[in-house]
Design a binder for this molecule. Structure first.
Ligand code: 6GU
Length: 305
């Protein structure tokens, strides 16, 4: 999979280099690049925002730098199609960002970390990435998805995460302030599949933090990213119920014991106890999820809980 993040604060995305996501990049399961639309602003001050037509508080992101940033990553994405798994591990750790001068702020994705960036302009930086693949890859099976993080979006759920995990190329456009000029999205719908997504019913200052959450939720579903895929099947939001509580050694800690059933060695009893715990916990914390359960998936013992 290939993921591009468009953000005027590329440093916000630095945590994507860490942990399992960073390892997925190193292992060649994921190509990840951050691009700053400010690199494509042409005026002396590299302006990316302006006051809203019709008045009102805050600033609105101008459409042109965002359109050029999207075009640049789409150009790079096309010639990279199908090469995600063959990328040399040496350069894969770099989550690159284009800085405000339009030069690549870090090494391009295809060179070792610390290698001086050869690009002399934002267009060159994108071009050098496009030219990086030795052979043309097979045509992408469908157009990239442009995720637009917004409190006005459809709610991002585990189901949405599974859908996005099937895609070859995701682009995240992190708006700031009051959002991006609507005409950018209208135009983008002619180039990509646009999906406005929200983490939930609260307001963040911009899309970057939401993108960290969404990218983590999606990439951990890519085969090979998580060591033990069985852990995916058991977790909260996979079977419509929250997870059961877990315990480890010692059997007694600060005068608290582990439930007897878990020490019994009786696997059927343990499975039943865990299922009961899931049902009770979900009913208490998330009654909305209980109402959404398919009654056909409840057994007789479930109904007794
Ligand atoms: Cl995706 N973006 C912003 N700015 N605020 C949010 C959100 C996203 N999800 C919840 N609040």
């Amino acid at each position: 999979m290939r993921i591009d993040v468009l953000s005027i604060f590329p440093e916000y995305l630095a945590p994507l280099r860490l942990s399992l996501i960073g390892k997925a990049v190193t292992d060649g399961l994921l190509r990840l690049q951050v691009t700053d639309p400010r690199s494509f602003a042409t005026d002396r001050h590299r302006t990316v925002d302006d006051t809203p037509y019709g008045g009102g508080a805050g600033m609105v992101m101008k459409p042109e730098p965002w359109a050029q940033a999207l075009e640049a990553v789409l150009r790079a994405g096309t010639s990279d199609a199908g090469h995600g798994g063959t990328r040399p591990a040496a350069g894969s750790t770099a989550v690159t960002a284009r800085d405000a001068t339009g030069h690549a702020a870090a090494a391009p994705a295809n060179s070792a970390p610390g290698t001086p960036a050869p690009g002399t302009s934002a267009a060159d930086a994108a071009g050098s990435l496009a030219g990086a693949s030795a052979e043309p890859g097979p045509a992408a099976s469908s157009r990239p998805v442009l995720v637009v993080p917004s409190p006005a979006g459809e709610v991002f759920t585990q189901e949405v995460a599974y859908e996005l995990a099937e895609e070859e190329h995701l682009v995240f456009a992190c708006g700031r302030y009051e959002g991006i000029d609507e005409r950018f999205l209208d135009w983008a719908r002619g180039e990509v599949r646009v999906r406005p997504l929200s983490l939930g019913d609260y307001v963040l200052n911009g899309g970057e933090v939401a993108v960290l959450a969404m990218v983590e939720a999606v990439t951990r579903l890519i085969p090979g990213v998580i060591g033990n895929p069985e852990s995916l099947a058991e977790e909260s939001h996979t079977g419509g119920l929250l997870e059961y509580p877990v315990y480890t050694k010692p059997a007694e800690w600060r005068e608290r014991t582990v439930p007897d059933t878990l020490l019994s060695g009786n696997h059927a009893r343990i499975a039943r106890w865990r299922r009961d715990q899931q049902l009770v916990r979900t009913a208490r914390r998330r009654p909305d999820m209980v109402l959404a359960l398919d009654p056909a998936q409840l057994d007789r013992a479930d109904r007794a809980v």
